[in-house]
Design a protein around this ligand. Structure first.
Ligand SMILES: [Ca+2]
Ligand SMILES: [Ca+2]
Ligand SMILES: [Ca+2]
Length: 205
């Protein structure tokens, strides 16, 4: 859906350009370019909200400050990290100058077939980290038709300050050896608050 918005912007810019509105060169764009590729690191992570165990692990996705679409606390995405250790996959969300908001959904997509389609694309996976009844939870879905409900991935999550950490079982989640990672923060009504600025191809060797 973001792609279609990007195309709408491109078409609009072309139309404006053809109408000779002079000045300005646009600025954004770059959708459609091949994402960069990063290797999935192995790291011994403890899901406790403390980030010192991520030292030496580079972020998979980074996101600029101040670009959130809605005024929602804990909604300005800063970075998403990914690491694994044995059968565990670890995810870390950081937000800018704010604390993680228990009303938000912190979500990532695994585009397993790398076709840049995720929402409802059969074979892909998604993880949603959310707070309910006194603790953080992880919901995971395997995209299939018809929708068959969440899959159990033994998810665990914990937040502290501006960081949210989570883990899931790799064999239960099911991700391919090379996938495109994308992320978003949504508010309590599932409105998109802040998308990651780009996606990344993750090599899971
Ligand atoms: Ca930790
Ligand atoms: Ca941001
Ligand atoms: Ca896909």
């Amino acid at each position: 859906m973001r792609k279609s918005i990007a195309w709408a912007v491109v078409i609009l810019l072309v139309v404006v350009g053809l109408n000779g509105c002079g000045g300005g060169g646009g600025g954004s764009s770059s959708s459609g370019s091949t994402p960069t590729s990063k290797n999935l690191s192995t790291a011994a992570i403890t899901v406790d909200g403390n980030t010192t165990d991520w030292n030496g692990v580079d972020s998979m996705l980074s996101d600029v400050q101040g670009d959130k679409l809605l005024s929602v606390s804990g909604g300005d995405l800063k970075a998403i990290y990914l690491a694994k250790n044995g059968n565990k996959l670890f995810v870390r969300f950081d937000v800018w100058t704010d604390t993680i908001n228990q009303s938000n959904h912190y979500r990532i997509w695994f585009d397993n077939n790398k076709n840049n389609e995720t929402d409802g694309d059969v074979g892909d996976r998604q993880i949603d980290v959310y707070y309910s009844v006194g603790s953080w939870h992880v919901a995971a879905q395997s995209m299939q038709e018809p929708y068959s409900g969440d899959i159990n991935v033994n998810g665990v999550a914990s937040a502290s300050g501006s960081t949210l950490e989570a883990s899931v079982d790799l064999d239960l989640l099911g991700i391919s050896n090379s996938f495109i990672l994308d992320g978003v923060i949504r508010d309590q009504n599932w409105n998109n608050v802040d998308w990651s600025d780009s996606s990344v191809v993750v090599n899971n060797q």
